[in-house]
Design a protein around this ligand. Structure first.
Ligand SMILES: NC(=O)c1ccc[n+]([C@@H]2O[C@H](COP(=O)([O-])OP(=O)(O)OC[C@H]3O[C@@H](n4cnc5c(N)ncnc54)[C@H](O)[C@@H]3O)[C@@H](O)[C@H]2O)c1
Ligand SMILES: [Zn+2]
Ligand SMILES: [Zn+2]
Length: 367
């Protein structure tokens, strides 16, 4: 193992310490030492995810209960700063992002067939494993990806949510050029899915939001959405009936996080079309699913991403084909995490990112 001079000094980490509202604070934790077969990443920038905000308010879904205390965060970008025994192919100073599946069994049928995002033993950063809202993070080489030259840490820290969008729109539902795509939800996932749908050749895109999304819908327009609809004021079905052949959307992406959105997806999708359900919906449903049958709709559950998803997103970043500038609402030192989280919650920011001390010293290190 490579020694690091700051090893004995505690690091700052944003920690959830109890299953209670607001039980999140910056704590000092020991700098982790990479075991054999792992590396240590010095975190430069880390994105705030809706799931981190849920952990703050203790409104995470029952399936998101890990082991406490746990350091939050899973949208990291940084450099390798120490390497455990037996790791080959990686060097100190490599600029990397880390996938979220911190630990998988590696032996089950899902892992062996490359679908390790679905491994029942998967342990994610910021939930069951200490996450990236800290100065240092431990990672298995399996989860590392190189940040392409010229791509900033800030952009790279958005690889994970783009990978969620890419998985839903490209790997699961497969938008075809010329399609009509409706996206429900103008949060980070909806806005990124919009970009991936446009890149995939959607002829017409419609993004739906609520009153809290006025600013986000404006950004969606700047990103190329053909239509934006505030569903608190307008019924999107009327608009969609006027688009293409009037039968509805080839694909509806649910990126809302509320169960009733599925009722709307079923209304807006065309017969023979598809729904990609990315948003969770802990609320029980109170409506019939018969439109799925009557319209012969394909419903895709979309969860997480795998190695090739990350490589594709990073390649698109490298080629400048995905916009992160309009998505990024603010860069905050880790000490200002409450404002970073709150600005997303208010709808002011689509995405906030936190800078670790290392990131503040080295604004945008590029290879
Ligand atoms: N499946 C996965 O792998 C995965 C990964 C990341 C996030 N998610 C989930 O995706 C969902 C979206 O994430 P986010 O971070 O963008 O959330 P967010 O809360 O920032 O955005 C949700 C958006 O949906 C809007 N909305 C709510 N109800 C609506 C409705 N009926 N019609 C249209 N818009 C509506 C809200 O106003 C908001 O803009 C969440 O449920 C999140 O947990 C899933
Ligand atoms: Zn995330
Ligand atoms: Zn497994």
């Amino acid at each position: 193992m490579t020694k690091h001079e700051r090893k004995e000094t505690p690091m700052k980490a944003l920690v959830k310490y109890a299953w209670e509202q607001d039980a999140v604070e910056i704590r000092e934790r020991p700098v982790p030492t990479p075991e054999a077969g792992t590396v240590r990443v010095r975190v430069h920038t880390v994105g705030v995810c809706g799931s981190d905000i849920h952990m703050w308010h203790n409104s995470q879904s029952a399936s998101s209960k890990g082991t406490l205390p746990v350091t939050l965060g899973h949208e990291s970008a940084g450099i390798i700063d120490a390497i455990g025994a037996g790791v080959e192919g990686w060097n100190i100073g490599d600029r990397v992002v880390c996938e979220t599946a911190a630990s998988i069994c590696g032996e089950c049928a899902l892992c062996l067939s490359g679908r390790y995002n679905l491994c029942p033993h998967r342990e994610g950063y910021g939930l069951k494993r200490d996450g990236a809202m800290a100065e240092y993070l431990i990672a298995e080489p399996r989860v590392l990806h190189r940040i392409p030259a010229g791509v900033s840490f800030t952009t790279a820290a958005m690889t994970e949510p783009f990978a969620v969008a890419y998985n839903a729109v490209v790997e699961r539902a497969r938008v075809s050029p010329g399609n009509l795509v409706v996206i429900q939800g103008a949060g980070a996932i909806g806005i990124l899915a919009l970009q991936v749908a446009i890149l995939s050749g959607a002829a017409t895109t419609v993004i739906l939001g609520t009153d809290v999304d006025t600013h986000r819908l404006q950004i969606a327009r700047e990103l190329g959405a053909t239509h934006v609809v505030n569903i608190s004021q307008e019924n999107p079905a009327e608009l969609i009936a006027t688009l293409h052949d009037g039968f509805g959307a080839d694909l509806v992406v649910d990126a809302t996080g509320v169960s009733p959105a599925l009722q709307q997806s079923m209304e807006l999708v065309r017969p023979g079309g598809a729904i990609a359900k990315v948003g969770w919906g802990p609320q029980p449903l109170g409506f019939t699913l018969d439109p799925l049958v009557k319209k012969a709709v394909t419903l895709y559950g979309c969860y997480s991403h795998t190695w090739s998803t990350w490589e594709n997103v990073l390649r698109l970043f490298g080629e400048g084909k995905l916009r992160t500038d309009l998505v990024l609402g603010g860069v905050y030192p880790i000490e200002e995490w409450t404002e970073a989280f709150s600005a997303m919650q208010r709808g002011d920011n689509i995405k906030s990112v936190l800078r670790m001390p290392f990131g503040l010293e080295n604004e945008e290190v590029s290879a």
